[in-house]
Design a protein around this ligand. Structure first.
Ligand SMILES: C[S@@+](CC[C@H](N)C(=O)[O-])C[C@H]1O[C@@H](n2cnc3c(N)ncnc32)[C@H](O)[C@@H]1O
Length: 258
């Protein structure tokens, strides 16, 4: 049976690669590399750089594929995502059938970790459910952007005994800062949702291009640094053509400071 390795490659620094991930890359006959289009060429370049640096298996091949762009979110966000996943499932299915021999091994290189805001595992289950190709799945964890953020700010994610919530910019805008989450990590935020919050005393720990040579980190009271982050974010986004940023929000001074 075909074997698929879903390998977390870390969130921007090739040195995030685990020994298990490097071994996985070298077990695969085919490495599947998504190319999300010109704007995010840097991300495809990092995947290539990881392969150049760590793949020593002379028999492995790289297969690059285009990921279709998601349609603008409609009133039904889930329906938009569903259509998008179906389109990607069709691409995955043909890659698996056409590029892998019946007992071949392929690897999907997943940004950060496959368990966090990534749909590869869900899409592969969809491929399996379509019933046209079968495979075994093995998942190798990677360093997430959340861990990279905490490391760059030299901080623990949680306060003592407190929970951590991971959410999206869209939900932060719609729901505000959750009351019961000691620390809230926000990902997938294209619109600086932190600036929609009323509490200017919140502390923000922000990071962009984490783990890469372009990494920027800023922290401080939201009322003091929120506007500065938004301005800088737009400047660097324009300059590079894309941005990925993640941040943590928490109320000041509780509970371990009390
Ligand atoms: C589709 S999610 C993928 C998350 C990934 N699976 C992980 O484990 O980190 C993309 C979001 O991850 C965050 N992200 C990924 N890489 C990042 C980086 N190098 N610096 C800052 N944020 C990053 C951003 O919030 C971005 O919008």
């Amino acid at each position: 049976m075909r074997k698929l390795l879903v390998i977390g490659i870390g969130a921007g620094n090739p040195e995030h690669m685990t020994v298990q991930a490097i071994d996985g890359l070298n077990r695969a006959d085919v490495l599947f590399i998504p190319d999300k289009g010109a704007r995010k060429n840097d991300l495809a370049a990092l995947r290539r750089q990881i392969c150049d640096r760590f793949v020593t298996n002379p028999k492995s091949r790289r297969v690059e594929f285009d990921v279709p762009a998601r349609a603008e979110p409609s009133p039904s966000y889930r329906a938009t995502v569903d259509d998008w996943h179906e389109a990607i499932a069709a691409i995955y299915e043909s890659l698996i059938r056409e590029e892998l021999s019946p007992d071949g091994c392929g690897a999907f290189l997943i940004w950060g970790d496959p368990s966090l805001y990534d749909s590869a595992l869900r899409i592969l289950e969809r491929v399996r459910a379509r019933g046209n190709v079968d495979f075994e799945l093995e998942v190798m964890p990677g360093i997430t952007a959340v861990q990279a953020l905490a490391a760059s700010h030299r901080m623990a994610l949680n306060r003592i005994g407190d929970p951590v919530l991971i959410t999206t910019g869209r939900r932060l805008t719609e729901e505000g800062m959750p009351d019961n989450a000691g620390s809230t990590v926000v990902m997938l935020d294209g619109k600086c949702a932190f600036n929609t919050l009323e509490d200017e005393d919140l502390i923000i720990y922000w990071g962009a291009y984490l783990g890469t040579p372009d990494e920027i980190v800023i922290s401080g009271r939201l009322g003091d640094v929120g506007a500065e982050i938004e301005k800088l974010r737009e400047e660097v986004r324009q300059k590079k053509g894309w941005i990925m940023d993640t941040y943590l929000l928490r109320k000041p001074g509780e509970p371990e400071d009390s």
